[in-house]
Design a protein around this ligand. Structure first.
Ligand code: SF4
Ligand code: SF4
Length: 70
């Protein structure tokens, strides 16, 4: 399965990735990053289809999807 990597330090908590992930793989964290912002986090890696919606929507390029190389 693809691997989702969210760079919490660069996330500004806009929630776009949560809104546009069709699989519900990303949620907002209950914590805060060093800038005092509430970052996104992966909640279920296993459901990711690798569609890249989240990376396209993220205004801060804080998400990387590593494709399944099978
Ligand atoms: S690649 Fe697609 S399915 Fe995977 S986390 Fe991003 S939006 Fe969701
Ligand atoms: S779209 Fe990017 S900046 Fe916005 S919450 Fe998701 S990871 Fe953070």
């Amino acid at each position: 399965m693809p691997k989702i990597i969210i760079d919490a330090a660069h996330c500004k908590g806009c929630r776009l990735c949560v809104a546009f992930c069709p699989k519900g793989a990303i949620v907002m964290s209950s914590g805060f990053n060093d800038r005092g912002l509430n970052p996104a986090q992966v909640i279920d890696q296993s459901v990711c289809s690798g569609c890249l919606n989240c990376t396209v929507m993220c205004p801060d390029a804080a998400i990387t999807i590593i494709p399944d190389d099978k």
